[in-house]
Design a protein around this ligand. Structure first.
Ligand SMILES: [Zn+2]
Length: 310
């Protein structure tokens, strides 16, 4: 004979077990705890329906894959550079793919896997998500490969390049000076680019750019301190990144090369055109062989650092 009330007790026990299981599953999915739910529920103006919609979204975000997060962050990550807010890292995809040796789409898990390997090698947590700290680590790596010695070039280190090498063929002779080794490396780089038929560059002879070709022509090379000061006076609103007080152009080893769009305009819309171009993408993959390193923020700006990369 079962004592009276046993059935009721058993039912309660089963119910309790079910509740425990629901709670455990909810916790595992990253749902907020009961107390935080109460607080959020008490937000003014939030109806139960709104609340449920918000919670669904929240749980969805928590279970988003690393590939989905990268797909969103490439356009949405908010970060700061040069004192200005920046949006996303899509402008640096070519540089990032080169760094990660990645051929997968950003929204693919293969990209996240390549990134996680790079994060591990860089001493970062291998999340496979390109967040702000990962981007900052990449940027300090890129910046660290640029010219360190910005001692102004001495006159005997400079030579005058022919007007035909310049984006503006009427550029005056005093603005056509380049450091000697840099110019020799530039000629080797141009010869390789011209020889790569997939780039479709119009050529003159075997290894030179045709006069009418604009890509890879030099926009600006050596700039004296005096000339840089004059530029600063003429465009006082130019960003500090554009007309630096201690410019690598003083060395004669920095070249601004035409890579499409407006030659030297840092607006995102302009840089988006430049970084999608075949010539820029080729530079990212190949300029290192000729001793050139990029300035990540300005697709046109390349610095001759000498040592050839494998
Ligand atoms: Zn430059």
């Amino acid at each position: 004979m079962k004592p009276p009330g046993f059935k009721r007790l058993a039912t309660l026990a089963v119910l309790e077990l079910c509740l425990l299981m629901v709670f455990a599953v909810g916790t595992r999915l990253g749902q907020p705890s009961a107390s935080s739910m109460l607080v959020e529920r008490a937000e003014p103006g939030l109806s139960v329906v709104d609340y449920q919609a918000a919670m669904t979204k929240k749980v969805g975000a928590a279970s988003e894959s690393r590939a989905q997060r990268n797909a969103a962050l490439q356009n949405e990550l908010v970060w700061t550079f040069g004192g200005k807010p920046q949006h996303g890292w899509y402008l640096y995809r070519a540089l990032i793919n080169r760094l990660l040796n990645n051929k997968h789409d950003v929204a693919a898990d293969g990209f996240a896997a390549s990134l996680a390997r790079w994060q591990t090698n860089s001493g970062l947590s291998p999340t496979g998500v390109l967040d702000e700290s990962t981007l900052n680590a990449m940027i300090s790596g890129w910046q660290g490969r640029r010219l360190k010695d910005r001692t102004p070039a001495q006159p005997d280190q400079l030579m005058t390049a022919p007007a035909s090498d310049f984006f503006d063929p009427a550029r005056p002779v005093e603005l056509r000076q380049v450091e000697r080794q840099t110019y020799a490396a530039y000629q080797r780089l141009v010869a390789a680019a011209v020889g790569n038929r997939s780039l479709g560059l119009a050529r003159h002879g075997k290894s030179e750019l045709a006069p009418a070709e604009r890509y890879l022509k030099i926009i600006s090379s050596f700039r004296s301190r005096e000339y840089q000061e004059k530029l600063r006076r003429e465009s006082p609103n130019a960003g500090s990144a554009g007309l630096a007080v201690n410019s690598p152009h003083f060395t004669g080893r920095a070249l601004d090369l035409y890579v499409g769009g407006e030659p030297v305009d840092t607006k995102d819309s302009n840089r988006a055109i430049q970084v999608q171009g075949r010539v820029y993408q080729w530079l990212v993959r190949n300029a290192g062989r000729f001793g050139f390193e990029p300035y990540f923020y300005e697709p046109w700006h390349w610095e001759y650092v000498g040592a050839s990369k494998p």
